[in-house]
Write a protein that binds this ligand. Structure first.
Ligand code: NAG
Ligand code: NAG
Ligand code: NAG
Ligand code: NAG
Length: 324
């Protein structure tokens, strides 16, 4: 079957300049998703061969919509600020259905100036991921006239200690290249270079906008504070009730039992609330944003679990901008 596809691809390339670069080396013909069933990712039918992997996510079917809470950017002096009353977009990640994952799946679409990890496996035996030195990924949007998208991204998709577009390049190349549904073949013979980059950004944004973490927590009395701390289970309960699945709740900062409050405790979880990862299975391609919320797997949190051990800090003065 692969051989047949390859042959057809070679013949078609004379007319269509077929590129067989994706996760499955599929042809760029016949990916009309409107006429195929929107199977749910990670279901029994969502496997290559049974479905069009351009129309149903068959590679990274456990989709994570991830967000950050940070209190500073490090590039405030250049106007890189955090949006008031909102978390920021981290990314949209394709985990395997069992929760493990791959990264940097197509080095021909490597736009990350600071690859992390530096090889595809994160170990010295993996394939090196060369740092990208070309024009920032944000410049790709101009070709498509998406200046509004670029402006939105500079408000809500904010990096820490690096320019925003370097972070967007990281998110795209590390993660988006590991979705079957963002393979360039899926876009057909008239594919425009970077078309799928715009598609990935807008898809990640669509998920993000349905996950108003700040407002959800605030509705349950959990607001940024430098004087009141919170209990992890309360944060988890709030987010689970609003989203429909238990998300991963991430923390940074000192470990609880390394702080004065946790002295003598055996709880060595981190104390500064900083991340949420919402999990989904998706019906049809993720671009449709038809997600079914699911619980995170066994990795639920790295935060301290003790009563009142978690800090949801206010942003630093001067790190936040007013949006709308
Ligand atoms: C595309 O679809 C047409 C019509 O069903 C079919 O004849 C052709 O073989 C398909 N080509 C590929 C590469 O799948
Ligand atoms: C998880 O699934 C992937 C993709 O099917 C597979 O390659 C990997 O070996 C699995 N990992 C585990 C720990 O089962
Ligand atoms: C912190 O907790 C860990 C895990 O329970 C324990 O091994 C360690 O000794 C504790 N450290 C301190 C300083 O209490
Ligand atoms: C709140 O605390 C965080 C963490 O220590 C700090 O970065 C931030 O500047 C503080 N914000 C305010 C408004 O004091």
């Amino acid at each position: 079957m692969a051989r047949t596809a390859l042959l057809l691809g070679l013949v078609a390339s004379i007319f269509f300049q077929t590129a067989l670069a994706g996760l499955y080396g599929e042809s760029n013909l016949n990916h009309t998703c409107a006429i195929v069933k929107n199977e749910l990712s990670c279901s029994a039918n969502a496997v290559p061969g049974l479905v069009d992997s351009c129309c149903v996510e068959t590679f990274g079917g456990l989709v994570l919509a991830t967000q950050f809470w940070s209190t500073w950017t490090g590039l405030e002096s250049e106007g890189q600020l955090l949006p008031k009353n909102s978390w920021t977009l981290h990314g949209l990640w394709p985990d395997f259905c069992n929760g493990s994952y791959t990264q940097y799946c197509d080095l021909s679409r490597q736009y990350d100036p600071e690859p992390s990890p530096k090889t595809t496996t994160g170990t010295p035996s993996g394939t090196p991921v060369p740092p990208y030195t070309g024009p920032g990924i944000g410049t790709f949007l101009a070709t498509f006239g998406k200046f509004d998208l670029l402006a939105w991204m500079n408000k809500y998709w904010i990096a820490q200690a690096q320019p925003n577009q370097d972070f967007w390049g990281h998110e795209f190349s590390k993660h988006a290249t590991c979705f079957s549904t963002f393979d360039t073949e899926c876009y057909g013979p008239s594919y425009q270079p970077h078309e799928e980059v715009v598609d990935f950004f807008t898809t990640a944004i669509t998920f993000f906008q349905r996950l108003p973490t700040f407002a959800w927590l605030a509705a349950d009395g959990i607001r940024p504070s430098n004087t009141t701390s919170y209990t992890l289970s309360k944060i988890q309960a709030s987010l689970t009730a609003h989203h429909g699945g238990l998300p991963f709740v991430g923390c940074t900062g000192p470990r609880y039992n390394a702080t004065a409050a946790g002295k003598g405790s055996l709880d060595n979880g981190f104390t500064q609330f900083s991340e949420v990862w919402y999990y989904y299975h998706v019906a049809g391609r993720p671009q449709r944003a038809d997600g079914v919320p699911v619980d995170t797997g066994s990795y639920r949190t790295n935060c301290a679990k003790a009563e009142g051990a978690v800090w949801y800090y206010q942003r630093a003065r001067g790190s936040e901008t007013c949006v709308r």
